[in-house]
Design a protein around this ligand. Structure first.
Ligand code: AMP
Length: 284
């Protein structure tokens, strides 16, 4: 595995891969890798010859009161995990390498970026799309892998790929969960033992809604109520939203047809957690 920290070296290395006829799959991350990230690596290996993983905590996507400074980082461990899982190129640039000039220029996520997470984290998705567009231009992959865990990010990256004509195929990878159902996240390390137990209410609620959907329930308010009920059983949870939305505009829908997304965000102590399910036949 090559470890690269500067853009020029990465571009030169990838030029050589392309010249040899090899296809490139790209997995952007903020590091502190877990099994969710590694399932993206597996999908990337299936999709192309060369797997590039970036680990970069992007300051542009953090609000002033958010956790940019304390976001967990462990470069040595990340490199070991990436190497063991078949990543070919590990790209870990510094902030100065990614943003050599201070610039206010952003890719704007627009209306779709102001809903759900965007309503709670103003500007977040402008920061996300700006760094993803930069990384797409640097890596110029054939395929990129993103996780369903960040479903609004998936929707917006898909829209950006279409709107800006990036010739990149987007692969969406299902959510990896701990054995008890908690969606894997780098931020789970913030949870105390009791918060970790409390956090399970998100999955209990989504799982209940999933079971109800398979039993024939389609009404949005009833499906949402199942999640709200589970969150309500935990006084230490503060819900930000429980939303049933369509997958393209992320606008509320009254009826959960296949493809509709049930998304939840909640705070447990100082930690903000998100999770979702997409209704449909298993594995669809
Ligand atoms: P992050 O490092 O949190 O920015 O995540 C990098 C990529 O990994 C994003 O595409 C995430 O959606 C994806 N990801 C994060 N957690 C999971 C998970 N539990 N299962 C699958 N993919 C995930």
């Amino acid at each position: 595995m090559d470890e690269i920290t500067d853009v020029a070296t990465l571009r030169a290395r990838l030029r050589a891969e392309r010249a040899s006829g090899r296809s490139i799959a790209f997995v952007p991350t903020m590091g502190y890798l877990h099994a969710g990230h590694l399932s993206l690596v597996g999908a990337a290996r299936d999709a192309a010859d060369v797997v590039v993983l970036s680990a970069f905590v992007n300051p542009l996507q953090f609000g002033p009161d958010e956790d940019f400074e304390r976001y967990p980082r462990d470069g040595a461990r990340d490199r070991e995990l990436a190497r063991a899982h078949g990543v070919h190129i590990f790209f870990a640039p510094s902030v100065a390498e990614m943003y050599p000039e201070s610039s206010e220029l952003r890719v704007t996520a627009g209306e779709v970026g102001s809903r759900l997470e965007g309503a709670v984290r103003p500007g977040h998705f402008d920061g996300v799309l700006t760094v993803v567009a930069k990384l797409f231009n640097i890596v110029a992959p054939d395929v990129t892998c993103f996780g369903q865990k960040d479903i609004q990010q998936v929707t917006l990256v898909r829209r950006m790929i279409n709107a800006l004509d990036f010739p990149i195929r987007l692969v969406v990878v299902p959510i990896m969960r701990e054995a008890d159902g908690l969606a894997m996240s780098s931020r789970n390390v913030y949870l105390s033992r009791s918060e970790r137990t409390t956090a399970l209410a998100l999955w209990r609620g989504l799982h209940a809604a999933e079971r109800a959907w398979h039993a024939g329930e389609r009404q949005a308010d009833r499906l949402r109520a199942l999640v709200e009920h589970e969150l309500g059983t935990e006084p230490a949870i503060a819900a930000d939203y429980v939303a049933l939305v369509d997958p393209h505009q992320l606008l509320p829908v009254a009826q959960a047809d296949a493809g509709a997304i049930l998304a939840v965000a909640a705070r447990v102590g100082r930690t903000r957690l998100i999770d979702n399910i997409i209704f449909g036949p298993p594995g669809a």
